[in-house]
Design a protein around this ligand. Structure first.
Ligand SMILES: [Zn+2]
Length: 63
């Protein structure tokens, strides 16, 4: 039905924001976001959260 493919899950949005995806993975997601209001809104919300997290928690790879 949809030509856009599946909507992004929150985890994928987080990975996208985190730069955890390759360009090949990222491009179709970004194309979907550009055409999908729902995912665009999700990304916008997540970006705000992401910035907050980035400020509060320094990047620590101790795990
Ligand atoms: Zn979508």
């Amino acid at each position: 039905m949809s030509e856009l493919g599946d909507c992004l899950e929150a985890e994928m949005v987080a990975r996208l924001l985190d730069g955890d995806l390759t360009a090949e993975e990222r491009v179709p997601l970004e194309e979907h976001i550009a055409a999908c209001e729902k995912c665009y809104g999700l990304l916008t919300e997540s970006t705000e959260v992401w910035w907050r997290i980035g400020k509060d928690a320094p990047d620590d790879d101790s795990s």
